[in-house]
Structure formats: structure tokens, C-alpha cells
Design a protein around this ligand. Sequence first.
Ligand code: G
Ligand code: G
Ligand code: MN
Ligand code: NA
Length: 250
Amino acid sequence: TQLEQALRNAIISDAIDVHFQPIVSLANNMVLGFEALARWNDPDLGFVSPAVFVPLAEERGFIDALSETLLRKAAEAALSWPRELFLSFNLSSAQLMDPGTSSSVLAILTRVGLDPHRLELEITETAVMSSADTAHRIIADLRAAGVRISLDDFGTGQSSLGRLREFIFDKVKIDRAFVSRMNSDRASEHIIKAVLAMCEGLELRVVAEGIEEHAEAAKLKALGCAMGQGYYFGKPADGAATLRYLQTHY
Ligand code: G
Ligand code: G
Ligand code: MN
Ligand code: NA
């Protein structure tokens, strides 16, 4: 297809960019790290969402090539940040089925010179379930090297509490669906409270995603949520804008 051909060309010509969105401490608004988000603005097709081209790359077998380029760019950007903030990078489900993923991720960190302790990998529950043994091996190898693992979009899709018993995660990212309904819907607030209590007991760090308003940030802070992410704190921005953001935000 036209889209597939354009994506191949974009990967080969290094036309896919990485943007960064801040993740902050809700206690004092300090920036703690950034999530890397792939951005592709094609001259003919215009802006294509990673929600479209990441699954296409997985299906056509070039997710490794795409992801390696993106991780390299993101890691290089992280090295240019003025402080040792963490870099959070999304791994796709196909990568958790490929036993070569842990060594390729660690090789990129070595080549770029980024300490594995600064990298977090965001994965979804569906990705862990699809090829459980391979996924567990990959996660164990990465964690042994110091990389941390976040459970992304928690509370949606196939999330099951049983997965948290396996202690393969360091952090949980509460899906923005709960945050956006929290101040209008009592059920969402109760669910967030319960997730925070559970994660405290399990010694999991928590990030609330999709915070768009001051009232949401204030409520989450009052409930004891440690970290937040969303347009209220900053939209995903390119490398240069991210450096400027860091000059004006602690
Ligand atoms: O940033 P945005 O809402 O457009 O992202 C849409 C989806 O694409 C999200 O689910 C996000 O996790 C995913 N995504 C963004 N960048 C990457 C990437 O570099 N790798 C993978 N695997 N997924 C990504
Ligand atoms: O699936 P994942 O959580 O990785 O996807 C993150 C996506 O959420 C990114 O595409 C990012 O652009 C988007 N996002 C980040 N902050 C906000 C927000 O405050 N509101 C909305 N609607 N989307 C957000
Ligand atoms: Mn994510
Ligand atoms: Na998410």
C-alpha cells in the first residue's frame, strides 16, 4: 500500500522524529523525566499517528528497525538534557515476542552511552500476555541490567490484577480515562484511590496520565499520587523545545 511504502521510506531516510512529554512530581511540579513519543509528518500524507504506523510496522516486520532508530534518537536527546532525568520509551507487543529485544535495547544504550538506570520501558498488559514466557525473559534481562518497566494504560483493556502479583513492574501508569472522569464521576475517583493504595502496598511507583487541568493535578496530589503527566504540565514537544522547556521548568 501507499502508506506502507511511505513508512518504509520514512524509516530508511530517518524521517520519523521523537518528541518528549514531561512527567512531573505532583508534590512540587519538578520534572522527573520524559516519555518519548514517535512523530511522523510525511510530505505527502501529512501527520500520521503512531497509533497507525506502529501497528503497521509490527505487521510488516519492520518494527525493530523503526524502534531501534527511535530509541537511539531518544537516548541521544536524553544525554543532552541538563539533568539526569529518566527517559520513558514505549515498547510494542511484537518486541516482547522477540527474544532479541533485550540485547538490542542494551546495545543501543551502550553505543549511545546512556546509563540503563535512566531508561524506563512502557509496556501494556496485552503485550505481556501475548507471548508470556518470552516477554518475562526479556523483562527479567532488562531489569537485571537496571532498566525499569512501566505498566502502561493501567485499568483499560486486558489489565488484570493478577499480573501485578508477578512483580515484573516498577511503575504503573493509570490510564487517562480515569483521570479525565475523576472530577465528574465518583466511581473513577474511588478506582484511583484503590489503585494508589494497592500500588503503595506492592511498592509500585504510580503516574497519572492525561492530566489536563489544575483541578485534576490538585486532586491527584491530595490523594497521594506521586507523579503526573498530561497537557496541563506540557504537551509532547521536539528535542529543541524540550531543552527550552527545561530552562524554565525545574
Ligand atoms: O502520542 P500519541 O497519542 O499520538 O500516541 C499514540 C500511541 O502510539 C500511544 O499508544 C503510544 O504509546 C504509541 N507510541 C508513540 N510512540 C511510540 C513508539 O516510539 N513506540 C511504540 N511502540 N509506540 C509508540
Ligand atoms: O498509550 P500511551 O499512554 O503511551 O499514549 C500516550 C498518548 O497520550 C500520547 O499520544 C500523548 O500524545 C497522549 N496524551 C498525553 N497527555 C495527554 C493529555 O493530557 N490529554 C490527552 N487527550 N492526550 C494526552
Ligand atoms: Mn506510554
Ligand atoms: Na498510557
